[in-house]
Design a protein around this ligand. Structure first.
Ligand SMILES: Cc1ncc(COP(=O)(O)O)c(C=O)c1O
Length: 392
């Protein structure tokens, strides 16, 4: 049967798939089955931070000779090594990792941790944000989810952007009742078109959380591992969260994995009530590629972060000079770049036209997103932007 018909019949999807059959990928390029090559400004939505097909990570995947599976209750050295590495690279006192299979499970786990630690059941998050697709993560996401799913978690309050001094006042009003378990946000909000909050807001919320006994959860599922020009986006604000969620680029696309990390004090306090059992959490094969991926990232860290910051600035200076139809709000940090346009159909048409002309960008609702690999060559980035400009 024709692939499109087969897909339509057997795969559950909300949207029709793109007109794009993936064949192969390498570096900042993806090739379709007709042999056409596309510049990749999506990296699978913040997954392939080191580009595709890195020889070192590929070799780790190919050479893997460990056990097929390890039961979560056993001891396994690579788990401890990966957890130790995460403790070393994440901000502040974060040092105890819990093993998950992806972002949703990490955020869900973080919410459970906050409930267990505080004995409270309320959450505060950013309106229209996205933190995953479980019942709990949808509850803290867009309020619009409640129209489709009637029984989401109660007591979830949302702060509407802009995230400035006024928004901080609203957070204070909510937290000062001392019944909120956690405040959660992406430090740079990829899911709201790479919205960068005011530093005053982020630092202010951190102080309020400490004052009122609420945990600050940083969702770095999309921003983690260099995406914004720092290893973690928290670092832009000097933010030390109580809990930090990771996934996506942790393996660079080579395995399904996530992690949620917290401080020793919190881990100790919730030990009785919280374990986060996940059958496939940190599957040994995924751990092997995560270790290779993160060791490579750390060895080349200075150069990768410099490229991300410098070329990110280049994108953010060149994009405003382009002729968009109507208003375009361009924002971002490093290689998390969002362009909010007036018209949803225009965004989708630009995305389609880019693809036809050999460039992959993300177009969701009225936002175009650009997430290049941290090591993209300047020449490739320039060529991609030329295609983008033509598509406008
Ligand atoms: C910020 C953020 N949190 C959580 C998730 C959910 O991650 P996953 O798709 O791995 O479950 C996503 C996915 O896009 C995300 O961007």
């Amino acid at each position: 049967m024709n692939l499109r018909l087969l897909d339509r019949k057997y795969l559950g999807r909300q949207e029709e798939p793109d007109d794009f059959i993936v064949g192969d990928s390498g570096g900042s390029y993806v090739t379709d089955t007709r042999g056409r090559t596309y510049i990749d400004f999506m990296t699978g939505w913040c997954v392939g931070n080191l580009g595709w097909g890195n020889t070192e990570i590929r070799a780790a995947a190919r050479k893997y000779e460990g056990p097929e599976y390890v039961y979560p209750g056993h001891l396994y050295r690579p788990w401890a090594e990966l957890a130790e590495l995460l403790a070393r690279i994440t901000p502040g006192k974060l040092s105890v990792s819990y093993r998950t299979t992806g972002g949703t499970e990490s955020v869900d786990g973080a919410l459970q941790m906050a409930m267990a630690y505080t004995g409270r059941g309320k959450f505060v998050s950013i309106e229209d944000s996205y933190h995953g697709n479980s019942i709990a993560t949808m509850s803290i996401g867009a309020s619009g989810n409640r129209k489709k799913f009637k029984n989401l978690l109660p007591h979830c309050q949302k702060i509407k952007p802009p995230l400035d001094g006024k928004a901080l006042g609203k957070v204070k009003t909510l937290l000062e009742k001392r019944d909120v378990a956690a405040f959660i946000m992406e430090p740079v909000i990829c899911n709201l078109g790479a919205m960068v909050p005011d530093e005053e807001f982020v630092r202010g919320v951190r102080a309020l959380c400490t004052r009122y006994g609420t945990l600050f959860i940083a969702d770095e599922v999309a921003t983690g591992f260099g995406r914004t020009g720092k290893l973690f986006a928290c670092e832009h604000f000097g933010l030390e969260p109580d809990v930090l969620c990771m996934a996506k680029a942790i393996t660079g696309g080579y395995g399904a994995m996530g992690a949620v990390i917290t401080t020793p004090a919190i881990a100790k306090a919730i030990k009785e009530d919280f374990g986060l059992y996940s059958t496939y959490g940190w599957h040994p094969r995924a751990v092997a590629v995560a270790l290779a991926n993160l060791r490579y990232l750390m060895r080349h860290r200075a150069q990768l972060l410099r490229n991300t910051t410098q070329l990110g600035d280049y994108f953010l200076t060149r994009l405003p000079g382009m002729r968009f139809k109507g208003k375009a709000d361009i924002r971002g940090k490093g290689f998390a770049i969002g362009i909010e346009v007036d018209d949803e159909r225009y965004a989708s048409r630009v995305g389609d036209k880019c693809r036809k002309n050999g460039l992959l960008v993300s177009a969701e609702e009225n936002v175009l997103m650009i997430f290049p690999a941290l090591n993209i060559a300047r020449e490739t980035a320039e060529r991609g932007l030329d295609i983008f400009e033509q598509a406008l």
